[in-house]
Design a protein around this ligand. Structure first.
Ligand code: DX5
Ligand code: ZN
Length: 217
């Protein structure tokens, strides 16, 4: 599939989200950060917003669920029109069943790891996943500094994916910018979420193109 850039709307103007999505026509996906004030100490939006956003754009939506009890709630995001649904393994009771339910609901199934969660215990699950997300900040807020300590895990995840010969994409999220994107790409990531780096810029779509060029270099 190659390099994909997935801007997060977490730091966009919430009063004009449809228009904000229109400012990034070069994006491969739009990353939608769902937070529930339980799994993370912040609150954003739910499936109704995903449904509304999906109606307003042809760019597929990448829903990142930072919520408790994803086993119960995640399939609703696929039904709402998200093309990819990511749950956190730390919150999931039955990640294999959940990944299969997300796929059955018509979306790509993805699993996220917080910075302190190792990838190795989940090696045998990787073929069940369309994408693995290695968080490079503690989830909850945009604009945090990239955690270099996550780079070795990106490398180990890439090695495990290659070992199993699976097509699972490897996404990074948190503090990804023109400063840090090359480090992530060199470690083996191929899908890059960037929030404040994109929506903090005067020309967000130009930053999307610059991130892509830097990751492909
Ligand atoms: C953080 C979210 C990220 C966030 C990234 O919990 O999952 O998607 O929007 O924002 P930046 O790129 O500013 O770190
Ligand atoms: Zn995210």
């Amino acid at each position: 599939m190659g390099i994909q850039i997935t801007p997060s709307i977490l730091n966009a103007d919430f009063a004009a989200l449809g228009a904000e999505v229109g400012r990034i026509p070069g994006a491969d996906w739009v990353h939608v950060d769902v937070m529930d004030n339980h799994f993370v100490p912040n609150l954003t939006f739910g499936p109704t917003m995903v449904e509304a956003l999906a109606r307003g754009t042809t760019t597929p939506l990448d829903a990142h669920l930072m919520i408790a009890d994803p086993d119960r709630h995640a399939p609703a995001y696929a039904e709402a029109g998200a093309g990819s649904v990511t749950f956190h393994v730390e919150a999931a009771a039955a990640p294999v069943r959940l990944a299969r339910e997300i796929r059955a609901a018509g979306a790509r199934a993805s699993m996220a790891l917080r910075p302190a969660t190792p990838v190795e215990p989940y090696e045998d699950l990787l073929p069940e996943l369309d994408m693995l997300l290695v968080m490079t900040v503690e989830p909850g807020f945009g604009g945090q500094a990239f955690l270099d300590l996550c780079l070795p895990k990106i490398r180990r995840a890439r090695a495990l994916l290659d070992k199993h010969g699976v097509e699972t994409w490897l996404q990074v999220d948190g503090g990804v910018s023109l400063e840090t994107v090359e480090r992530c790409a060199e470690a083996g990531a191929d899908v890059f979420v960037a929030g404040s780096a994109v929506f903090g810029a005067d020309d967000p779509d130009a930053v999307v193109a610059q991130l892509r060029a830097a990751a492909e270099a």
